[in-house]
Design a binder for this molecule. Sequence first.
Ligand code: A3P
Length: 326
Amino acid sequence: EEEEDEKIYKRYEEIVAKLPTTEGWSGHLIYQYQGFWYNSEVLGAAPLVVQRHFKARPSDILVASTHKCGTTWLKSLTFAVMNRKSHPPSAQHHPLHIFNSHDLVPFWEFNLYNNKNNGNRIPNLDILPSPRLFSTHMPYTSLPESVTLSDSRILYICRNPKDNLVSWWHYVNKFRSILSLEPMKVQEAFEWFSKGMSPMGPFWDHVLGYWKGSSERPQNVLFLNYDEMLAEPALHLKKMAEFMGCPFSSMEEEEEVVDQVIKLCSFENLSNLAVNKNGTTYPGVSNSSYFRQGKVGDSANYLTPEMMEQLDRLTEQKLHGSGLTL
Ligand code: A3P
């Protein structure tokens, strides 16, 4: 079986080798697959293996996003809501105090199916108890069919493209410094992003895929907006719990469990924990790099008014007719 798996990875690597590639944002090769840009060095053929080999269960919950849209936060909230009976959010020892949410909610393509760290084995996820909780940055249109055809539920988070770009720019420069590369200028980041060549870009296509998914299958895809969640966390957390099939009871509301989850998962709380100040989840990536500022509108401090205007115009064009504004 092991050899079989190895052959499968090889076969997909051969497919990846034939895809269009270019040098990407961190000096690594990026490849274009089904309209989106993937980091070849980091992911290899993992997204293709996910697509063909993941078997969904109707009870599965998937946290989906593109990079730097609030994934770390949404993972924390989803985990805390789903496990609140066994791990009350007010408990002194909560898993989120000990682990970064990327450890608690693994990515398919970075972790579980990534043959750079799983020894070329397709993971046997059948052994996990239901409900299983996974995450992905893959676009909606490239999700495994078994997910989009089953009753599994997807929580998707997006944010306004200007803040997304600035968040990504800061993050990419952390990587570039680890790789001893010159920092990327904000103008360059703006150009990559506008061309649709940020990680998992084009950003707008990624967002629109899930937006369409959520209008076609509202029971299965919940479309969340980081900016709106920061403004009204309780409202959105209740929506999330309902969507996940575990709504807050009136007793829980009286006991302020909603506020406890919000507090537990707040930027303030999580970013100050030892695990997130000093820990690492992936080799070379410190957990602190997932926490920068956690605010809306910071992009105005970095982008020129012309860049902001151009991005607004581009966003308007791309989202035109979709009913979505960002
Ligand atoms: P900024 O760079 O604008 O601060 P991702 O988790 O998808 O990588 O997104 C990272 C962004 O989410 C960063 O945005 C980060 O600061 C913010 N973030 C991380 N944890 C958060 C939390 N608990 N609450 C709100 N925002 C958070």
